[in-house]
Design a protein around this ligand. Structure first.
Ligand code: ADP
Length: 490
């Protein structure tokens, strides 16, 4: 068998990527699909659209790689996390659209839950009660789709995150399962006992019969029935951020990666220790091949690359995201200007929903170049705040940051990140670390690769950024940032 195929079902597009034994991309195909906004703050996807995009990118990537099912050793699935689908067990028909992780429809319900219950949820799931996670979305479907609750109680309905739905469809209902990483984002899974939690199921009135089996991320999930991939085994499933952590080979406690996309996602492997955060980070499960998944500390920045989009579409001071790099280095320094891109509030470690975007330090000499530079620097400051919070929570020192995602292409941003953190930032050659992560998991499971050492030999760093800023300058810049954050807060 020549290849491993990874399917990356994301929030706005679905991708299929064929990897060879060196972990390099042989071919890829991508398709965007419809976003449905039924009301302000609500976001849905059509599960049928998702499946159509899955089938289409698989067909296309096989043509591009000049490959057939016979060449594919295994399929790995990675997915947008938390997004919720409920379907009829006998027909496979979804009873409602997929409710996407971004959807805020259950925010008021979440607000009504008392602190004592929130503490219970955190102690069992490692999550901060929020509309983001699947539990309240499932409850909403059962409460609002006519007859759904009765059907669920009769055992006629199934719930799945997107991975589970795709697996069920590809195996024509024979395999009904998810993995630890996806289960840990539902807010129904106890990350300490590694079981669906009876108390939480009762709290959200969700029958246990509608929950999938939970497996390690690398596992024999079943064989594809029919179609272009008939007979190919599905050997891995993992949520996108945990897949990226695995793809970056952050396999030891203390290993950290940050993905610079629209938002930023910082994940740290904390080994067999579930760290309780004092700084509003969440604790979740990592991807692996055994029944003992590692624990992961996770934090996110709301406006990462989105701040660069704002420079382009809001301020119109750049015409392409990549242009920001040349403009940032065209000025000597930030000229005392700080941008706090708190467009939708500030997340960890501040958790201030009422904070708003702010520019400080403007003088008569300030130029658009300073604002562009300060915006890129702000992405790095926000990540730095998360890194420091993670260090405080875990008691581990971070000396190397693995980076990926669209904005990690920006050399100014990566150098500044390394300078501000005073640690190395390492960018791999294969940017598609999410897909690579599930390819690795599937390939290790089916013995396409002999072991992690082989993967380490194959992986190569595209670029390593070494800190070269004086302590005095770092201290001064961080003080300026902290001052700007204070002004941005309510
Ligand atoms: P997502 O997966 O969230 O869609 P991507 O990983 O594709 O995100 O990254 C896209 C984001 O990265 C956009 O917000 C874009 O503004 C930003 N971006 C892309 N290239 C650059 C660049 N060279 N410099 C700065 N930001 C960039």
């Amino acid at each position: 068998m020549k290849y491993i195929l990874a399917l990356d079902q994301g929030t706005t597009s679905t991708r299929a990527i064929v990897f060879n034994r060196s972990g390099r991309i042989v071919a890829q195909a991508q398709q965007e699909f419809r976003q449905i906004y039924p009301q302000p703050g609500w976001v849905e996807h059509s599960p049928q659209d998702i499946m159509a995009s899955v089938m289409s990118v698989i067909a296309e990537v096989l043509v591009r790689a000049d490959a057939s099912a016979r060449d594919i050793a295994a399929l790995g699935i990675t997915n947008q996390r938390e997004t919720t689908i409920v379907w009829d067990k006998s027909t496979g028909e979804p009873i409602y659209n997929a409710i996407v992780w971004q959807c805020r429809r259950t925010a008021d319900y979440c607000d009504s839950i008392p602190q004592e219950t929130r503490d219970l949820i955190y102690s069992k799931t490692g999550l901060i009660l929020d509309a983001y996670f699947s539990a309240t979305k499932i409850k909403w479907i059962l409460d609002n789709v006519q007859g759904a609750r009765e059907r669920a109680e009769r055992g006629e309905l199934l719930f799945g995150t997107v991975d589970t739905y795709i697996l069920w469809q590809l195996t024509k209902g024979r395999s009904y399962a998810t993995d630890y990483t996806n289960a840990s984002r539902t807010m129904l899974f106890n990350i300490h006992t590694l079981k669906w939690d009876e108390d939480l199921l009762r709290l959200f009135s969700i029958p246990k019969s509608m929950l999938p089996a939970v497996r390690p991320s690398g596992y024999m999930f079943g064989k594809i029935t029919g179609g272009a991939l008939a007979g190919v085994p599905v050997c891995s499933i993992a949520g996108d951020q945990q897949a990226a952590l695995f793809g970056q080979l952050c396999l030891e406690p203390g290993d950290v990666k940050n993905t610079y996309g629209t938002g930023c996602f910082l994940l740290m492997n904390t080994g067999d220790k579930a760290v309780r955060s004092q700084n509003g980070l969440v604790t979740t499960l990592g991807a692996g091949l055994t029944d003992h998944p590692c624990y992961v500390l996770e934090g996110s920045v709301f406006a990462g690359g989105a701040a660069v989009q704002w420079l382009r579409d809001g301020l119109k001071v750049i015409s392409h995201a990549a242009e920001s790099e040349a403009i940032a280095i065209s000025v000597k320094n930030n000229g005392g200007v700080y941008v706090v891109p708190a467009f939708t509030g500030l997340g960890a470690p501040y958790w201030d929903a009422h904070a708003r975007g702010t520019i400080t330090g403007l003088t008569r000499g300030s130029t658009s170049g300073h604002i562009v530079r300060a915006t890129l620097e702000a992405i790095a400051y926000q990540v730095s705040d998360l890194v420091r919070a993670m260090e405080r929570d875990s008691g581990m020192h971070i000396s190397r940051l693995a980076v990926d995602g669209g904005a990690s292409a920006n050399n100014f941003l990566m150098q500044f990140q390394s300078d501000i953190l005073n640690c190395e930032a390492v960018r791999p050659c294969v940017f598609e670390t999410t897909a690579l992560g599930v390819a690795y998991l599937a390939g290790l499971y089916c013995k396409y690769w002999g072991g992690v050492d082989e993967l380490k030999e194959n992986s190569s760093d595209c670029r390593v950024y070494i800190p070269c800023m004086s302590e005095a300058e770092r201290t001064q810049l961080l003080a300026g940032w902290q001052d700007a954050v204070r002004r941005a807060r309510r």
